[in-house]
Write a protein that binds this ligand. Structure first.
Ligand code: NCD
Length: 307
């Protein structure tokens, strides 16, 4: 049975979805884009809890905006400090309560596996908005949607994933999503920040796509350049993070031999890894990408709530 027709399902990992599920979300996102100007009462009897125990701007606000666009009411917490977690309450106890307060729970937490734990405790559906370095499935759906919108297809494009591939959950989820849609992937990471071998092997085995790995960036064949920041909060030694951050920066110079229709994506926030002059170039699509966060998350929430 497909995920989308099962009311009340959790979305914890991109692996919970089939390609058909994601295509269904794309179709619904197109409808949701039309609702953005009209507002809707589709979920006006629902309460959505957004529990963010780790910092967030886009993901938290776009989930909240998505819920409000559909007429739902939103409760939640914006930081671990503002919740009873500061007093030492376990995640499991917190979720047991929130389960009684809301119809759907969106959670971000610094520990890998936390969203899965929340889903096990909660009877209400849970959406993982990022658990440590592990998974960020709604980001992947919006990344794939952006690629489809901008390029007309995902299959067979040369997609370069560039940055801290060791710690970035957005990259880990996206690699799997690109596998599902049969892209060619090039992984470009500073030395020591490569994607975990096991993650790469799993995608290769499952989808038989081409995955190349390198420490050097050459954009000649690139269709989609997807960059992420150095995830400094996940480094044991902050000095190490600062050192890599300095060495790693995309400039207009790197784009000189790029294809004319190259697009540059980034989950944001961007720090120093893209020179600000690139923002004005025809290649930069990351702010448009962030905008799709709202209709994509409207489609996800509505589907899970069976509307
Ligand atoms: C990403 C995240 O939190 O994983 N941001 C986001 O959700 N838009 C990427 C990041 O923080 O680097």
């Amino acid at each position: 049975m497909s995920w989308v027709v099962v009311k009340g399902q959790d979305l914890i990992s991109i692996k919970d979805l089939s390609k058909e599920d994601i295509e269904y979300i794309f179709k619904r996102t197109l409808e949701m884009e039309k609702l953005l100007v009209k507002r809707s009462k589709l979920l006006d009897d629902k309460i959505i809890a957004t529990l963010f125990f780790e910092s967030s701007t886009r993901t938290r606000m776009s989930f909240q905006s998505a819920a409000l666009h559909l007429g739902a009411r939103v409760i939640g917490t914006d930081s671990a400090e503002a919740s009873s977690m500061l007093k030492g309450e376990t995640l499991s106890d917190t979720i047991k309560m929130v389960n009684k307060y809301a119809d759907l729970i969106v959670i971000r937490h610094p520990s890998d596996g936390s969203a899965r734990l929340a889903a096990e405790v909660a009877e209400k559906p849970v959406i993982n908005a990022g658990d440590g370095a592990n998974q960020h499935p709604s980001q992947t759906i919006l990344d794939l949607y952006t690629i489809l919108k901008k390029k007309g297809r995902i299959s067979k494009l040369n997609v370069y994933l560039v940055g801290d591939l060791k710690h970035a959950r957005a990259m880990r989820s996206l690699l799997y999503g690109l596998g599902m849609f049969n892209s060619n992937v090039v992984l470009v990471a500073p030395k020591g920040l490569e994607m975990e071998k096991q993650v790469v092997e799993e995608v290769k085995d499952k989808f038989s796509i081409n995955i190349e790995q390198t420490n050097n960036l050459n954009l000649k064949e690139c269709d989609v350049l997807y960059v992420c920041r150095i995830q400094k909060e996940r480094f044991v030694d902050p000095y190490e993070a600062a050192k890599v951050q300095k060495e790693f920066r995309i400039t207009e110079d790197d784009l000189k031999n790029a294809k004319d229709d190259l697009i540059i994506l980034h989950p944001l926030p961007k720090i120093d890894e893209i020179d600000p002059s690139v923002d004005k170039s025809k290649f930069a699509a990351y702010f448009e990408q962030a905008g799709y966060g709202v209709p994509v998350r409207m489609a996800i929430i509505a589907s899970i709530l069976g509307r």
